[in-house]
Ligand binder design. Structure first.
Ligand SMILES: Cc1ncc(COP(=O)(O)OP(=O)(O)O)c(N)n1
Ligand SMILES: Cc1ncsc1CCOP(=O)(O)O
Ligand SMILES: [Mg+2]
Length: 542
């Protein structure tokens, strides 16, 4: 059975392991790695196919009537062709009329279910539904950070459509302080939006916009306020806010009282689209399309066949999430310096090539002196070199130069162009890194749409003047405050890299280095030396 139906010689396979490389190079989770057709087939037939499928983990309550909750989530994901695992937070006795009983699962057992799934399977998106107690919210948030789940969709289920309380007021603080700051999107209806905002009255589309903005201010990266209950409108109007722009998404109102389970279904369909790599706004638009709803409710018929799963898998592989950026590329981050190049009489292109040949996993052109035209000339050459090796190249500070040379992204500091504007200019396809010294800056980095954090200077350095050091404690505080991947920078070299990498923060992915690579006689040899050390540290860490 051929794996690649359209004549592809190799497949880009999402996998936790590089199957066709020696053990030394099977480093952590390399998300997109070239894999031969034979290896892909072998892995598929050996039970690893699950690792490739887009995967949503729903953390929600069971609905015995199967119209909402876990059961609706699984059906929606199946209709979208996405694998859905489930962690049950409560068992409800429920039918289309109302909720007759609730049996909450102890937070320890919710944690055990979460760890079982996350320690074994690649989960692209966690979607949350009924979270019956503050303890369940707390363990969920802790485990989301611990396993660095890429995307979190929060359906702030508090009251069922029938009016029954599913999460009492005691959970509100957990939602506000712990879960919303981790949410890539939150999807409240009017009642839930009002509850999240202290019971304010929402009566107009204008109120919905203000609510979306206020909920975004609470930490959610994107907000969809669903206006199905809005009085007096002939269309159903939902407001989507991404922190910058509002989108009014309207569709014909379906006149029915059978709305039980629609919130769960919509949030799950959004989660499934995100798991396949669909950009956020499109994921919401696709999910709101009436066809999707019909598909979800007839999911029993549409339940994915193996052929469909394979097709979706291949589409997911080609256009999947994170295809532009793997956090593992931060392992050895080479940051150039033209003064050092002059000192050692080499061109920027020579320095970049040598660092890659020595094993640099990502390169940043940090050019503080050259005029714009000259910088672009250099950058164009370096982009060509990096691309030929499959190593990403980022530009320091200069969004215009990054655009001109079609670099893979930019690195900006706190006083450079803010991430939110850089993202607006560069779009979703480019990598954006931002320097952070404090947890507050790290939280903002995530909310603004950064892909990674550069944290430092960790140790004293002469490469960057007037830059206070934050030490290993400062680095740890930043790592623990964010789910973004972090690269440490400042005074790092072979002699102290281990002390940095030993920090017990799973999102600390590597070290960014200037002088230890470029202020050296042989860039390739020094890069290779540091790379070997880092590889050994990562290997013993497994
Ligand atoms: C990976 C990485 N982290 C931090 C920095 C520093 O950026 P910034 O704070 O903008 O300072 P300059 O590099 O512009 O002087 C970085 N360049 N790379
Ligand atoms: C750019 C930058 N940002 C924080 S420290 C630093 C310089 C790191 O240089 P080196 O690796 O030579 O200490
Ligand atoms: Mg800068």
């Amino acid at each position: 059975m051929p794996i690649a139906p359209c004549g592809h010689k190799t497949l880009l396979v999402r996998s936790r392991v590089l199957f066709d490389r020696p053990k030394r190079y099977q480093v952590r989770a390399r998300l997109f790695s070239p894999m031969s057709e034979e290896s892909a087939y072998a892995a598929a037939t050996q039970g690893s196919a699950l690792q490739w499928l887009p995967h949503v983990l729903t953390v929600a309550g069971s609905d015995s009537g199967a119209g909402a909750g876990i059961q609706a989530d699984i059906k929606a994901c199946a209709a979208a062709g996405v694998y859905c695992s489930s962690v049950i937070t409560a068992v409800t006795a429920q039918n289309t009329v109302g909720v007759q009983g609730v049996y909450s699962i102890a937070e320890e057992f919710v944690a055990e279910q979460l760890r079982s799934v996350l320690s074994d399977m690649k989960v692209d998106v966690i979607k949350t539904g009924m979270l019956p107690s503050p303890g369940v919210i707390a363990v969920l948030c802790q485990i989301i950070k611990e396993f660095q789940v890429g995307t979190v969709v929060v359906d702030p289920v508090m009251v069922s459509t029938s009016g029954d309380i599913l999460s009492g007021p005691s959970t509100l603080t957990g939602f506000l302080e712990q879960l919303l700051p981790l949410a890539d999107i939150v999807t409240p209806n009017l009642k839930e939006a009002s509850a999240l905002l202290g019971g304010i009255f929402l009566d107009t589309v204008g109120d919905m916009r203000s609510a979306a903005k206020s909920i975004h201010d609470l930490g959610a990266r994107n907000v969809l306020v669903k206006g199905g209950d809005l009085r007096g409108s002939s269309d159903a109007i939902d407001i989507f806010f991404d922190g910058e722009q509002f989108h009014e998404l309207s569709g014909p109102r379906i006149m029915t009282r059978n709305t039980h389970g629609t919130g769960c279904t919509l949030a799950s369909y959004i989660a499934a689209e995100l798991a396949k790599g669909t950009p956020m706004l499109l994921a919401v638009q696709v999910s709101l399309h009436p066809f999707c709803f019909c598909a979800c409710f007839t999911a029993g018929i549409l339940y994915a066949t193996l052929a469909k799963q394979l097709f979706i898998m291949i589409v997911g592989l080609i256009s999947g999430p994170n295809s532009r950026f793997s956090a593992d590329s931060l392992l050895l981050y080479a940051v150039t310096d033209s003064r050092m190049n002059r000192k050692w009489s080499r061109s920027m292109a020579e320095a970049v090539k040598a660092s890659i040949e020595g094993g640099a996993t990502i390169v940043q052109l940090r050019e503080k002196e050259a005029e714009t035209g000259k910088f672009i000339d250099i950058a164009v050459k370096c982009v060509a070199i990096c691309r030929s090796y499959g190593v990403p190249l980022l530009i320091n500070d200069r969004i215009d130069v990054a655009l001109a040379c079609d670099a893979d992204g930019v690195h900006v500091g706190q006083s450079d162009m803010p991430v939110i504007f850089a993202r607006k200019i560069l779009g979703a396809g480019k990598i954006i890194g931002v320097s952070c010294k404090t947890p507050a800056q790290a939280e903002k980095a995530w909310a603004d749409g950064a892909d990674y954090i550069g944290c430092g200077g960790v140790f004293p350095t002469t490469t960057k003047k007037n830059n206070p050091t934050i030490g290993l404690d400062g680095l740890k505080a930043v790592c623990l405050s964010s789910k973004l991947p972090v690269v440490a920078i400042g005074g790092i070299g072979a002699e102290n890299a281990q002390s940095v990498m030993e920090l017990s923060a799973p999102n600390l992915k590597g070290v960014a280095v200037v002088s230890a690579l470029f202020d050296q006689e042989s860039v390739a040899a020094e890069t290779d030396r540091l790379k070997s050390l880092l590889m050994d540290m990562v290997m013993t860490d497994r």
